[in-house]
Structure formats: C-alpha cells, structure tokens
Design a binder for this molecule. Structure first.
Ligand code: AMP
Length: 515
C-alpha cells in the first residue's frame, strides 16, 4: 500500500536521526535529523511568507543542498512545489510564471531584480540563500512542524514539460503519484539504508527531483549531491557511492574518461539510465569496461516511471524492460486506437497510480491526451518483445513517413550506432518533393573515423530495407540536446528543412543518391 512520502521521511528521522541523508561536494553532511528540522523550519517560513495549501511556490535556483528540505516543506504544508530550470531566459521565465500564478518566487538576486523590473503580478520575490533569504528566515523558526492531514490526491508539484513542440504545459503531480512510484522503484531496484546515490542530475526535472530523491528517501539511503555533471568529480566520488542514476550522456562522457576503471566502480552495485535512449553500443562498452550492465528504465514527467529492466534478471540493451508493478502499459494502433499484438509497433498508453492528474489550467488538453478508459497517451511509439520487454521506437511526432511507408527513427539510429564509424546519430524526416518526407541521418563520427557517407549508407544496406536507408547523411560536430540529454529533433528538422527544396538539393549534406 502506498504511504505518503512524509511518513517514510519521518520514520527514518525518528529511528536513526544521525543517519546521513546528503553529502555535499565539500563533505558536509546533512543527517535525517537535520533534514527533518530544516524542512520543518522551512515549512514555518513558507507559511510566514503567506503561502497556504494549494498555492504555487516557484523555485528557480541553482542546485543547492537545501532543495530536498524545501521540497519536503512543501509536502508538509501542502504548498505546490514548482521548480524551473535556472537556464531559462527572463522571457521564458515570465511566460511560465504568468501561467503558474505563484504566490512566491524563490530565485537568485539578479533574476529576482529582473523579474521585479519586468513585473510578476501579485507574486512575491525572495532569494533562497543569502541575506534576507528564506533559509535565513527559517533559521529562527521551530524545527518541528505538525503537518495537517493530506490525501493522496492532493497536488504535490507542478513540473513544466520541456515544450519542444508548442507551448510548455504544467504537469500536475499528486502526492500519491510520487509516493507510489518511489515505493515501486525502491522495491524493484532493491534500495536500502546502506545505499549511497551519486546525484549529479538537475533537480528541476522529474529524473533528479523525483526518481533519484524520492527513491532514496523511501529507502532511508543517502546521496552525494553534486552541483552538476562533471566526469572527473563523478569518478572521484564513485568509490563512496553504491548507485548512480544518469542520462545516457553521463555514460558516454564517463566512457571517454581514462579514470573509468574496474577499480573506480568496485563499490557500485547499480548503474541506472533514463530520460533518453541508451544506445546498445554504450550499454556494451560500459559492460565491457566495468563488468556491469546498465539498468535502463523509461518514464516521463506526466507518468513518472513506467517500465524498468530488472534488478535480478537479464537487462536487455535497446529495451526499457517491463511495466512497473501496478502500472498497465498497452500498445495501440495510432490510427484506430485498437490494441495491437506483441511485436507490433504502436502508440504506448499507460494507466496506473503513477499517472498525473492533468495539465495545469488546460482541461481540454488533458482530456485529449487520455483514452475513454483512462489510459494516458504518451506520444511515444513502441512494441513489446516476446519476453514482455518494451522497445521504444521514438516519439510519434518524430515518425518519418516516406513514400507512404513508416520509418521508426529508433530502428535506423540503432543500425547507425552499431557501425564502427558512428559515435551518435539522430534520424529525422525532411520534406521531400517526391517522397513527402525523406529519411535523413544526422551523425557524429567516431573519434578518428573519417566521415564516409557512402560507406555508411552501403553498410546499412545489409541491415535495413531500402526505404529506411537515409537519403542523406549529415555529419555534425554535435547533436543539439536539452538539459536531460535528449536530442532536439525539432531543431534538426528546422535546420535542414530546405535540404530537398529546389536549388538546395545538391551539394548540401553528404551522401547523395536514392536510398
Ligand atoms: P520527460 O517528460 O522530459 O522526462 O521526457 C519523457 C520522454 O523521454 C519520454 O516520453 C520518452 O520519449 C523519452 N524517454 C525517457 N526515457 C527513455 C528511455 N529510456 N528510452 C527512450 N526514450 C526515453
């Protein structure tokens, strides 16, 4: 049965208050007792600042060790935690603030001044750290707080989607969504009090904020809190950690570092990857180098985690494993909504206690994204294999339809990534006068490999049907990625939209000729 996250935290703080919860890069320890005291004092500070249950608290700050306590203070008071990426421009921030209508915005001094000058309606502005900040106010407030009764359906947080297609939407997550998912993951991944999670992820996104932090909190484990990902710092901390959660780029960057050795990972029991596809090549290289197969899981802001490769049992590269206990996943025909058979590619739909309550102030948009029987339509395409493992084939909007035939980018990317000359790839559809869309590969060559477009296309002929072979291969120094390492395909499509239009068809990109 799902227990509110606060109940877990209180139990750990009561039973073993001296137990470490968080280490900073400077070696400073926050114990479970410290966490309980700080979150209680911050809960009082939030009330003193005028916030009440259901009010939004915008938090746009650099990653600091006070964030978990602040998030717990929100859970105590019922204030809705609303983190924003500090890298957002002022204009982006203003747009989201106008949508969220927060009572308080916590941010840095400079951003607070800029927001103040631009105008943020009735919202108050405060810093988290520094003189006059919320932490300073909390200093003189009581270290205990008796939380009012909360129900599983109450709102805990709003996270804005990255908004790569159209306007960013506020995803309303309930206490029950967060707690049920954290409990399922802690159990599935065998988290315990002895675990030390290396935390180098951002905390404005579901991965670092909820998957990492909540799973640790449920288990009563500890975290090594790094301000961001830096391969050298991560490798230096690994000998004290037992688990790491990362996006695929963490793994590719660590693989490029000479310090990644068997000895560096000797104390680790589990490496987890998610938020973007982990290439089978990276999975294989990691296992060869460390002896450990990365555990890949799949989820999204709206649904928390949906599937996971097993802790005990085979972790299959290129798959995201089976549905979490209590979570239903089905594959439906994108055109008709009819259920598809095992092995058939279709739309991934999800139902369960993990699925969000709706988009903030967008009831019609919410209704559009759910089926009549309550499944959320993820927008991802995938298929189950015979062992019940899910394979993600890409976002529905990234599907390429060329000459009337469907091409799943993930399939072409997997074939490209398996070639020795390719370090990373992204396959997109580009308008084409004859085919409607043409398959185009953007890729980064492997170190030392000369970009050999014709060789690449020839090598694919053994693996893929002719209509799936990229009509062009565009060699790039890097792929555009967001903070979570996801390739921004909309940006690639926009950059290469004119590739096949008249007068631009020749000499652009590389690798001419029909697929
Ligand atoms: P976000 O809401 O930012 O977490 O993005 C969720 C999206 O990331 C999903 O809908 C997928 O398209 C993608 N995603 C997350 N995990 C994986 C994974 N393991 N493999 C492939 N795509 C993933």
């Amino acid at each position: 049965m799902t227990t509110d996250l606060l109940v877990h935290v209180e139990a750990h703080a009561r039973r073993r208050p001296e137990r470490p919860f968080l280490w900073t890069a400077d070696g400073v320890v926050q114990s479970y007792g410290d966490l309980a005291r700080l979150s209680a004092a911050l809960a009082h500070a939030l009330l003193a600042a005028g916030l009440r249950k259901g009010d939004r608290l915008v938090v746009q700050v650099e990653k600091t060790p006070a964030i978990p306590a602040l998030y717990l203070a929100c859970l105590q008071t019922g204030v809705v935690f609303l983190p924003l990426n500090p890298a957002y421009t002022l204009a982006e921030t203003l747009e989201l603030v106008a949508d969220a209508a927060p009572v308080l915005i916590l941010t840095g001094t400079d951003r607070a001044a800029a927001l103040d000058a631009a105008g943020v309606g009735d919202a108050r502005l405060l810093t988290l750290t520094g003189p006059g900040g919320l932490l300073e106010a909390a200093n003189s407030l009581p270290g205990t707080f008796s939380a009012p009764g909360h129900s599983a359906d109450d709102l805990a947080a709003i996270l804005y989607t990255s908004g790569t297609t159209g306007r960013s939407k506020g995803v309303m997550l309930t206490r029950g969504n967060l707690a049920s998912n954290a409990e399922a993951l802690a159990d599935l991944w065998r988290f315990g009090e002895g675990d030390v999670l290396l935390h180098a992820l951002p905390v404005f996104h579901t991965h670092g904020l909820f998957v990492a932090t909540n799973t640790t909190l449920v288990a009563g484990g500890a975290m090594i809190w790094q301000p961001g990902f830096e391969a050298g710092a991560v490798l230096a901390a690994l000998p004290r950690a037992t688990v790491m959660m990362g996006v695929p780029t963490f793994y590719t960057r660590l693989l490029a570092h000479p310090g990644l050795t068997g000895a560096a990972v000797a104390h680790m029991r589990l490496f987890i990857s998610g938020s973007a596809p982990l290439s089978p090549a990276t999975f294989a290289q990691w296992e060869a180098r460390t002896g450990m197969p990365i555990l890949e899981r799949y989820g999204m802001t709206e649904t928390n985690m949906i599937t996971s490769n097993p802790h005990d049992g085979p972790r299959i590269a290129g798959t995201v494993g089976r549905p979490l206990p209590g979570v239903e996943v089905r594959i439906a025909d994108p055109a008709t909504g009819a259920p598809l058979q095992q092995g058939e590619v279709g739309r991934i739909e999800v139902r369960g206690p993990n699925v969000f309550k709706g988009y903030w102030r967008l009831p019609e948009k919410t209704a559009e994204e759910f089926t009549g029987d309550g499944f959320f339509v993820t927008g991802d395409l995938g298929a189950f294999d015979a062992a019940g493992y899910l394979r993600i084939m890409g976002r529905e909007k990234d599907l390429v339809i060329t000459g009337g035939l469907n091409v799943y980018p993930a399939e072409v990317e997997a074939a490209l990534d398996a070639l020795p000359g390719v370090a990373a790839s992204a396959v997109i559809g580009v308008p084409h006068p004859d085919f409607g869309e043409a398959v185009v590969a953007c890729l980064i060559p492997a170190a030392g490999a000369p970009p050999d477009d014709e060789g690449i296309r020839a090598a694919l002929r053994d693996r893929l049907a002719a209509f799936k072979i990229p009509k062009r291969v565009i060699v790039l120094d890097e792929l555009p990625r967001n903070a979570m390492g996801k390739v921004q395909k909309a940006a690639l499509r926009a950059a290469h939209a004119g590739l096949f239009s008249q007068g631009q068809g020749q000499g652009q990109g590389q690798g001419q000729g029909p697929g």
